[in-house]
Design a protein around this ligand. Structure first.
Ligand code: NI
Length: 211
């Protein structure tokens, strides 16, 4: 009987131990975040078609608080993303920088004894644009005074945490962000406003640590 009791204790410590994502805990994840815009815009200057915006990868950081064993609140931050902007006929004409902080409410499947925690989230994104500038091609074409309007929009995500041990995890997550802006500039001194959507997918691969 003693052996059976001992085996039961060992088994319960193996299977019943809390791995991660318990109510009240915080964890951070850090890794690569790649923004892939699914861009489109009004016709630029009547004949150039829509804007093209290229992909960019930066360091992404998330901070998550578990309100319960299943409900998390997460803040996304990153180092500034840098995108080249152009049109089909002209090639790249400008560079813009942006930061897309997002606040998400999340549901984590499984429970605090699960080593694998898939999750879904929904929330709000704020994107601020800065250091917008035309390159030489843009300037030579008489373009100036570039600025992009900040954006508020909805964001959704799916992700997966794999708990390596009590402290460390690895993560994959995908976000969709509704980011729309107005691109303002002058062409030969004439003010132009071009409604533009970025609506990017964001892919994140990271390592996480809880404390
Ligand atoms: Ni949109």
């Amino acid at each position: 009987m003693k052996k059976i009791a001992l085996a039961a204790v060992i088994l319960s410590s193996l299977s019943g131990g809390a791995w991660a994502h318990e109510a009240g805990e915080f964890f951070i994840r850090a890794g690569s975040a790649t923004v892939r815009p699914t861009e489109g815009s009004d016709n630029v200057l009547g004949s150039l078609g829509g804007f093209n915006v290229d992909n960019n990868t930066q360091m992404g950081l998330t901070l998550t608080y578990m309100a319960t064993d299943n409900v998390g609140v997460e803040l996304l931050a990153a180092t500034p993303f840098r995108h080249k902007v152009g049109t089909g006929p002209t090639g790249d004409i400008a560079t813009v920088h942006q930061l897309p902080p997002s606040l998400m409410a999340q549901w984590y499947f499984g429970d605090s004894s699960s080593k694998v925690r898939p999750y879904i989230g929904a929330g709000v994104n704020y994107t601020t644009f800065f250091d917008e500038s035309f390159n030489d091609t843009g300037k030579d074409a008489g373009l100036s005074d570039l600025s992009l309007k900040d954006s508020w929009g909805a964001a959704g995500q799916v992700g997966l945490d794999y708990l390596i041990n009590r402290d460390w995890l690895i993560n994959m997550s995908v976000w969709y962000m509704d980011i729309d802006t107005e691109v303002k500039f002058k062409a030969g001194g004439v003010q132009q406003n071009v409604n533009t959507r970025l609506d990017p997918w964001v892919f994140m691969f990271s390592a996480g640590y809880r404390f």
